[in-house]
Design a protein around this ligand. Structure first.
Ligand SMILES: Nc1ncnc2c1ncn2[C@@H]1O[C@H](COP(=O)(O)OP(=O)(O)OP(=O)(O)O)[C@@H](O)[C@H]1O
Length: 337
């Protein structure tokens, strides 16, 4: 659906050239939700804006549905852009216009005849759950409601793709969940391909089928979201994942631990507790599970245990080697004291 080939963007500023995106290639399949995660300044917005040529890449190619956008004439590019809706962190609603007028505006701009606009706007506002706010002004709406209006506006002309630029970053966690649920519904019911850029790994975990991690303008890691969570390779990816999967043990508990403290991670299709009980039978060590939980990445479970192991160090080492061969990840957090 979207194919980015060796795209780079360099900004010319008074103080010199600033790299925004550096030789990125990726593709987003039709009907998927694709996340791009990275810290501020990583180049996410620039890359997203290159997808609809809001930002013209310095080099590289951008294909939408097989059409190379940079080769299009102005009029054709404008038409191609209509197949891509976009929403932003700051909503960008017109404050002097009502909810109804804000959405109608997109139809008017696309040349939809007046007689056809009203029904379409009502349909869109029903989809986003704002049918009772038609005559309200943006100032009367909450952040979540404003984002719903901007989603209705972005969908007005039946785009194939919805580009989301930090769409939930200004919202509280509860509202974020409800907006993500709406995006998921739009993806499932209408098959709209969604690209989301975010600095929150939680957003990726909630709804993205695949994701890319960006740093210094480059994509450093990419893959199905579950694989990225279960087997991250880059340290930045690991840091992002920790924000979702880590749980802090109380300081006092850590101080009282004299054994080897470890974090075990295993895929949902493995019974983690059975592995631990097999290990305890095979080696003369004691294992004390201090914490355990199962996180759902999309709909697939990922299990995490924190365990303290005590016993002869040589036996503990053997038990660790045994576990390493069976769980998906094992990290020693604190050595025996
Ligand atoms: N119009 C511009 N002119 C000059 N430099 C720019 C411009 N837009 C972005 N940049 C620079 O490009 C780099 C990438 O910025 P970009 O906004 O794409 O990152 P980001 O990951 O989206 O960060 P944020 O989440 O803070 O927006 C940064 O160094 C930024 O300063």
């Amino acid at each position: 659906m979207i194919k980015i080939e060796n795209v780079s963007k360099v900004f010319k500023t008074k103080s010199g050239l600033v790299p925004g995106v550096d030789d990125v290639s990726l593709s987003v399949d039709k009907g998927e939700i694709y996340g791009i995660v990275g810290y501020s300044g990583a180049g996410k917005s620039t890359l997203l804006r290159c997808m609809n040529i809001l930002e013209r890449p310095t080099t590289g190619k951008v294909f939408i549905d097989g059409v190379e956008l940079l080769s299009l004439a102005k009029k054709e590019l404008r038409e191609a852009r209509q197949s891509m809706g976009m929403i932003f962190q700051g909503f960008y609603l017109v404050s002097s216009k009502t909810v109804f007028e804000n959405v109608t505006f997109a139809l008017k701009a696309a040349g939809v005849p007046k007689a056809k606009r009203k029904d379409r706007v009502l349909e869109l506002l029903e989809l986003v759950g704002l049918q009772d706010k038609i005559d309200d002004y943006p100032a009367q709406l909450s952040g979540g409601q404003k984002q719903r209006v901007s989603i209705a506006r972005a969908l007005a002309n039946n785009p194939k793709v919805l580009l989301c630029d930090e769409a939930t970053s200004a919202l509280d966690p509860g509202t974020t969940k409800s907006i993500l649920k709406l995006l998921k519904k739009i993806n499932q019911e209408f098959g709209i391909t969604i690209v989301i850029i975010t600095h929150e790994m939680e957003v990726v975990k909630e709804i993205c089928h695949r994701c890319a991690v960006m740093q210094d303008g480059r994509v450093i890691e990419e893959g199905p979201t579950y694989e990225i969570f279960a087997n991250p390779t880059e340290s930045l990816t690991k840091a992002f994942i920790q924000t979702v999967l880590n749980f802090e043990l109380p300081e006092k508990l850590l101080q009282n631990c004299t054994g080897t403290l470890m974090r075990l991670q295993f895929r949902g299709d493995i019974a983690g507790d059975a592995i631990v009980s097999d290990m305890l039978q095979a080696f003369p060590v004691r294992g004390n599970i201090l914490h355990g939980k199962v996180e759902y990445i999309g709909d697939i479970p990922l299990g995490i245990f924190i365990m303290e192991m005590t016993g002869e160090q040589s036996e503990v080492d053997k038990a660790i080697a045994y576990l390493e061969g069976r769980v998906n990840q094992l990290e020693v957090i604190q050595h025996a004291r």
